[in-house]
Design a protein around this ligand. Structure first.
Ligand SMILES: [Zn+2]
Ligand SMILES: [Zn+2]
Length: 293
């Protein structure tokens, strides 16, 4: 069966020992594209991209058949922080990731906006917009986009709704900034993706508040926790509260078919997305709903 017109299915893979290893890891599990943390995800430590590793990466990526590479920024980033040194470190880290993206010719840098720590988005929106403009002004030119990811909504996390994401895009005012939709975070934040009506409401709000043309990536994760739980707990596809039917429905939606999908699931050995999860998600996209375009 041809996969033409169907969404690409990728996976978050480790870049341990050099980013070229991520290419092999993606190929080994049958991914169409990869996502990596190019630097340790819970530190500010920058990456010294060794020229030998870079040429290894370029060679292996070109030979791999992979169709994309998205980078994920570190989890320490907080553009809503009242602490100047933390805000500055966040901006520098995002610029650094945009530089790595330019070196690797990667598609995007996905990041979490952070937390307003209870102050509310209104209190920090101006700061976030200015910070993102600073990041983009300092980033090398190139095709890599900066993608803000929706959050699961715990505490004061920013980006818990499409309204918030839309306000952030508007505050930054650049076409180079887009959105990544994480299915688990959306569900945990109260978007019910388990029914036609729920998906209609969710994607309708996304279209209205953000614009479908600003959506460039989907994170395909099932949820260990319930609707509106606000907890960021990924489950393997088909083993969580969303279930296979929800993914089949979402994968068949023409609004989501044109963007790549990336698994960030534990896998059967809890070592990250594996061949089984990639194959499962690919099998779900081939079943079109009757009467669908
Ligand atoms: Zn993320
Ligand atoms: Zn995610």
């Amino acid at each position: 069966m041809s996969s033409a017109g169907l969404p690409l299915i990728g996976a978050h893979v480790p870049a341990r020992g050099g980013v070229h290893n991520a290419v092999a890891a993606g190929v080994a599990i049958g991914a169409d594209l990869i996502q990596t943390h190019p630097t340790p995800a819970r530190t500010w430590r920058p990456l010294r991209l060794d020229p030998a590793i870079l040429s290894l990466y370029r060679e292996s990526f070109a030979a791999s058949g992979l169709r994309g590479h998205h980078l994920h920024a570190v989890y320490l980033v907080n553009l809503g922080s009242p602490r100047p040194e933390l805000l500055h470190a966040s901006i520098s880290s995002l610029v650094h990731h945009m530089e790595i993206a330019a070196s690797l010719d990667a598609d995007s840098v996905v990041f979490h906006a952070g937390s307003h720590l209870g102050a509310g988005l209104d209190a920090v929106l101006g700061q976030i917009g200015a910070a993102l403009r600073e990041v983009l002004a300092a980033s090398p030119p190139g095709r890599a986009r900066l993608l803000v990811e929706n959050s699961a909504g715990s505490g004061g996390t920013i980006g818990r709704s499409f309204t918030e994401l839309g306000r952030i895009l508007h505050a930054a005012g650049s076409d180079r900034l887009g959105v990544c939709l994480d299915t688990q975070h959306a569900f945990a934040s109260g978007y019910d993706l388990r029914s036609d009506e729920g998906v209609e409401g969710t994607l309708g709000e996304l279209a209205r508040e953000v614009g479908l043309d600003r959506l460039h990536l989907v994170h395909a994760n099932d949820s260990r926790t319930g609707l509106g739980s606000n907890a960021d707990r990924h489950a393997n596809v088909g083993e969580g509260e969303l279930g296979l039917a929800a993914f089949r429905r979402l994968l068949g939606d023409p609004r989501l078919r044109r963007v790549p999908w990336v698994l960030e699931v534990p896998g059967s050995r809890r070592e990250g997305p594996d061949r089984e999860q990639v194959a499962l998600l690919k099998s779900l996209r081939q079943r079109r709903r009757r009467g669908a375009p």
